[in-house]
Design a protein around this ligand. Sequence first.
Ligand code: MTE
Ligand code: MO
Length: 301
Amino acid sequence: MRATMDPVGAVRRLVPPERLTERVTGPDDAFVIAHFGLARPEPDRPVVVNGLVEREVTLHPDEVRALPAHRVESVHECFGNPLTPGERVRRVANLVWTGARLRDVLDLAGVRPEATTLWARGADHGEFGGVASPDYLKDLPLDDVGDRALVAYSCHDAPMTSERGGPLRLVVPGYFGTNSVKWLTDLTLADHRPEHLFTTRLYLRPGPDGRSVPVRELDVSSVVTGVSDGEARGWAWSSTPVVEVVVEADGEPVPAELEAARGRAWQGFRARVGAARTVTARATDAAGRTQPLSGARNAVR
Ligand SMILES: Nc1nc2c(c(=O)[nH]1)N[C@H]1C(S)=C(S)[C@@H](COP(=O)(O)O)O[C@H]1N2
Ligand SMILES: [Mo]
């Protein structure tokens, strides 16, 4: 059952920082990525749970909606934010998702004890970077995502649009967006990683021992959304709570106020910067990580 694809190919909607002033990013200001272009699955397209399970189950969106609902506000960020240093547009948003807990969905199929990883497949297909692919696929460590991820059917407290990945989409709060598979068709339990363009070739980075690892947990980061009446505002986030934001106005540190962490939502900050021409922010998280000054995707800008 192949999904209809929009003929336009890769889709991106990227927004400048001044469109990110709202705590919850609105539907038109939330960036959109679709490597193969937008898929248009049927609105009742089911998701199949298979692989290392007691029994394979096929769940229609209504059956997912019948499970206990969880509403989560969380940062949604593409690893390519920004794709190139100096790029002004952003691929980050703070969104409200509603769905069933992944664990509740998997329990309907009964996960076998030998399963260690979850393969999540999307209905879209096509060519990206010169490589043809029959689907979009990510693999996730089961221990970590069972309780944190949602099989989501709503974004912005409205039914998930197909642009956003509906009817059903995986959402993994605290992980980079690449893991939140849109147009979900299969959840496969397995005991090894799959070879795929989007698992073993793209969205990797050097791990602690130098070998490449998939991009999962968010980095510490921040964005200044604008200055008005001499006050700069922005948002900071990480995979752990942000504990400090240092704001500089024309290179001089100024006192900044940072909101307390609330789940996995981004945290607002503000600082008086007067008529400064350049304002930068540098966040530090509870894990002791600080945004690098240069040479990294999450460097201070
Ligand atoms: N099926 C599918 N899921 C996908 C993608 C995709 O191309 N196809 N792109 C991923 C990437 S890299 C990101 S950053 C997010 C973007 O989600 P959004 O379009 O809702 O912002 O979706 C992820 N899930
Ligand atoms: Mo991404």
